[in-house]
Structures are given as structure tokens and as C-alpha cells.
Design a protein around this ligand. Structure first.
Ligand SMILES: [Fe+2]
Length: 184
């Protein structure tokens, strides 16, 4: 497949997450809801790490006012991360799980609208096509290396429960894992 630029890669991710949200909204069985939330968590963490490692630094460098944009998106990722951690502890058969799911969908949807409505167009205006393609490649490789499922077979990749351990920053932890920092 031809290399996709960073905006194509991340926009495609957003559509995938929205499909998973639809699946979650339709699921009624608690075990199914737990499984879908775990899948969404992994996808959102991989996506957020890739954005924080490559997209936001490029936005800071290339887009006028980019620091402000990047800071806002990073603080939104932190809020999403807090909801994901609460969901990990919540009982999928309980009402509070549904409340958290709605907060997650609202927050992520707003974040997606901001990125696609403002950040991506401004990046496209200020970066060359070569730069966008190179960033696309970096984002794809970061996503490939990030943990992909709760109990991965590769022993050097931490399981989801370790990534979600209390007191650790989920996104920070995955980023450290990718860059080889903080390795156990
Ligand atoms: Fe995004």
C-alpha cells in the first residue's frame, strides 16, 4: 500500500474508534461491553501515544500558535486517560459503567472534531507533503510497536493491566516503552 500521510492515518484511526463506539453502544452483554472497552482502550492509547510522539511536536514546530493547540489536545488526552482508568475498575453490569462510557464517547468525539476541524487543516497549510508523509510513516510505526492487546504473546510488551496500573500515566508509560525509557 502506498504510504499514507499523517492526516490520512490519524483520520482513519478516528473512524475506526467511532465504529468501536457504535459496537459498544449496541452491546448489552456485560462481558461483551468489557471486551469492547478493552479494545477501545488499546486503540486510544496507541493513537494518543503516536500523536504525542509525532503529531504534536510537528504542530508546535510548524503551525503558528501550535503550542496552544498541542497543549489543549494533550490535556484532553489526560482526561480521556482518567476515564479509561475508571472504566477499567468499573463493573460493566453497573450503571456507572454506562455513565463513564458516555463521557468517554463525548470527550473523544469532541477531541476528534477539534483535530479534524482545526489542527489537521492548519498542519496541512503549514507542512509540505514530504513532511506529512514522513510523519505518517512515523505514526504508523509507533502504532505497530505499541501494545496491541491485553495479553500479548511478545514478552517484552507489557500487558494491559500493567499499563493501567494505578499511579502510572498510561500514555507516558506506553511512550516510554516505545522509546526504551523506563524499561523494567
Ligand atoms: Fe486523534
Amino acid at each position: 500500500m502506498a504510504q499514507r500521510d499523517v492526516i490520512q492515518v490519524l483520520t482513519h484511526d478516528h473512524r475506526e474508534v467511532e465504529e468501536m463506539f457504535d459496537e459498544l453502544s449496541e452491546a448489552t452483554d456485560p462481558d461483551a461491553r468489557r471486551r469492547i472497552v478493552n479494545d477501545i482502550t488499546i486503540e486510544l492509547v496507541r493513537h494518543s501515544v503516536a500523536e504525542e510522539m509525532y503529531l504534536y511536536p510537528a504542530v508546535r514546530e510548524l503551525v503558528p500558535g501550535g503550542d496552544e493547540l498541542a497543549d489543549k489536545e494533550i490535556s484532553e488526552h489526560a482526561e480521556v486517560e482518567r476515564i479509561l482508568k475508571e472504566l477499567e475498575r468499573a463493573d460493566p453490569a453497573h450503571d456507572s459503567f454506562g455513565t463513564l462510557v458516555r463521557r468517554l464517547i463525548d470527550d473523544v468525539s469532541a477531541h476528534v472534531r477539534e483535530e479534524e476541524g482545526e489542527m489537521f487543516p492548519r498542519l496541512a497549510d503549514n507542512a509540505g507533503s514530504e513532511e506529512l508523509l514522513a510523519l505518517g510513516k512515523q505514526v504508523e510505526s509507533a502504532k505497530r510497536t505499541a501494545p496491541t492487546r491485553p495479553h500479548p504473546s511478545a514478552p517484552d510488551r507489557p500487558p494491559l493491566n500493567k499499563l493501567l496500573a494505578p499511579g502510572t500515566g498510561l500514555i507516558d508509560r506506553v511512550r516510554d516503552h516505545l522509546t526504551g525509557r523506563g524499561r523494567d
